[in-house]
Design a protein around this ligand. Structure first.
Ligand code: ATP
Length: 332
């Protein structure tokens, strides 16, 4: 098991700093998600760890060694790419052991590792097929197989599920997490999907414009967002943000913390739209010149008010977050 540590990493492309002073640690056996919007520097950070890019500043340590200037082969990391990078003319088995063949690992050892990976991933029956004869999920598993046979203590994944449909993505989330725990590897996983990061990771690193906006356990980011950016990015639907009476601060409240009351009680509001999701519904309410989303559970005893209805809204005092209106930073 390996610890990965980045300290003050800067990577510039021309004048532009794609990664701008990033420090983070993945403890041995930890699953760390690099999360953030498109272009925030997630992939570049991962490529720096894999030695596919060189940093302009800062240090990278893996398993206690300074590998800032070490080539890929000396870092003990395996990487799974978004497009899987499978060779169409090779069989599944040949694809999985490709890296071992290149490194001249002997035949018996290759066979041993292939058998283990195929068993872990349920690919035994498919080893003779070509990638074109596989489903998206099966191709995904082949790409994972490559990382497994490398027997590297650190695994890097860049949006590995983005080509899969929603149902398969959810299934593979669980499989990757289980595999990572079973093998005890340190995982650094890039995604722009906050649900993926929240459900899979021990630690979430949320990036914005090359910098880390906040990092911590998923519940830290959800319960104590450091800024309005974090509050808006983590949680679906996002936290409601609305001005307070003193105009200097912004208040925030999560949709599940808002309570619906009869008209005449609480903050006066009108139901502008309803999104029915089965187990729950999202009510978009207009109140105090802003829009507030309310998450309401399905409860036959308390049917939801119809669109256009006048209602009241209330929230427990502890559910309120306060942010500086100018800087967006958390105040309390
Ligand atoms: P996405 O989710 O869209 O993949 P990302 O968060 O992974 O985004 P990066 O791919 O790390 O973002 O890119 C960060 C910034 O660096 C972007 O502005 C991008 O255009 C720029 N960038 C990345 N690679 C290069 C390159 N080789 N040359 C020039 N600019 C680059």
């Amino acid at each position: 098991m390996s610890r990965v540590a980045l300290e003050g990493i800067v990577k510039r492309f021309g004048e532009h700093a794609a990664v701008d002073g990033v420090s983070l640690v993945a403890e041995p056996g930890q699953f760390v998600a690099l999360l953030g919007p498109s272009g925030c520097g997630k992939s570049t950070t991962l490529r720096l760890i894999a030695a596919l890019e060189r940093p302009d500043e800062g240090r990278i340590q893996i398993a206690g060694q300074d590998v800032t200037h070490a080539p890929p082969a000396e870092r003990g990391v395996a990487m799974v790419f978004q497009n899987y990078a499978l060779f169409p003319h090779l069989t599944v088995g040949e694809n999985i052991v490709f890296g071992l063949t290149v490194r001249r690992v002997d035949k018996a050892e290759r066979a041993r590792r292939l058998a283990r990976a195929a068993e872990l991933l349920g690919l035994q029956a498919l080893l003779g097929r070509k990638p074109a004869q596989l489903s998206g999920g099966q191709r995904q598993r082949v790409a994972l197989g490559r990382a497994i046979v490398a027997e590297a203590p650190v695994c890097l994944m860049d949006e590995p599920l983005s080509n899969l449909d929603a149902q398969l993505r959810q299934q593979m989330r669980g499989e990757i997490r289980e595999l990572q725990q079973r093998l005890g590897i340190t995982m650094i996983y890039v995604t722009h999907d906050q649900t993926e990061a929240m459900t899979m990771a021990d630690r979430v690193v949320l990036m914005r414009a090359g910098r880390i906006e906040q990092q911590g356990a998923p519940q830290d980011l959800y319960e104590r967002p450091a800024s309005t950016f974090v509050a808006g990015f983590i949680g679906a639907p996002a936290m409601n943000l609305f001005p307070s009476d003193d105009a200097r601060t912004l208040r925030g409240v999560r949709p599940e913390q808002l309570r619906l009351l009869p008209a005449g009680q609480g903050l006066p509001a009108r139901v502008a739209a309803i999104e029915y999701l089965g187990a729950e519904s999202l009510l978009v309410c207009e109140a105090a010149g802003t829009r507030l989303v309310v998450r309401a559970g399905a409860d036959a005893a308390h049917p939801l008010p119809p669109r256009g209805a006048e209602v009241g809204l209330d929230w427990p005092a502890h559910a309120l977050h306060h942010f500086d209106r100018d800087t967006g930073l958390r105040l309390s």
